[in-house]
Design a protein. Structure first.
Length: 184
């Protein structure tokens, strides 16, 4: 009984600390953490790590919460809630469908695909904001958004997938050893 009273708060403490560290890493642009002015999407990697062995609803809610936290640190428009919620939901669905195996390469591939998806959702939101304005330059603005989206998407996907094992492996190992996740 005493062990579980200490273990649950410790597990939640490690989980919350990992979220805070991901939030703090988002604005950093250190050597090896930047490509074309873009850094890894640490919150997306965390949502994938969390959702990969959980239910789609749990993955969705983790994306909503982390999206709200990211919106609180950045601008609320475009929102990150939509992209991270979809990432959490789809990641859990992928694992539930058994399309992938449980290894670091699969996790990196999932993160790569989800980073492209998340950046595309952000670009769609930017595009919808521009369409609301009737400007002679609207077409040019939309073209600039989508060219920029391709660059940001690829850079984010590459960096996020390369750094995903560094976050996924220790968190997954911690959650498995604490009984939060089923053992492989």
């Amino acid at each position: 009984m005493g062990k579980s009273l200490v273990q649950a708060p410790l597990t939640w403490g490690v989980t919350l600390t990992s979220v805070v560290l991901c939030l703090l890493l988002l604005p950093l642009r250190l050597p090896g953490l930047e490509l074309a002015g873009v850094g890894p999407n640490w919150l997306l990697v965390w949502v994938v790590a969390w959702s990969v062995k959980r239910t789609p609803l749990t993955g969705l809610w983790s994306g909503v919460v982390l999206g709200l936290l990211q919106d609180a640190l950045t601008a609320p428009q475009p929102t990150h809630v939509l992209s991270l919620a979809l990432v959490g939901y789809l990641t859990a669905r992928l694992k539930k469908q058994q399309f992938t195996q449980e290894d670091l390469i699969s996790i990196s591939l999932i993160v790569f695909a989800m980073a492209v998806l998340a950046e595309t959702i952000i670009a769609v939101q930017f595009s919808l904001q521009e369409v609301n304005f009737i400007l002679p330059r609207a077409y040019q603005l939309l073209q600039e958004i989508w060219v920029h989206q391709q660059q940001v998407s690829l850079a984010s996907a590459i960096l996020s997938s390369l750094w995903a094992p560094a976050l996924y492996y220790p968190l997954n190992l911690w959650w498995e050893r604490r009984g939060v996740l089923p053992s492989p």
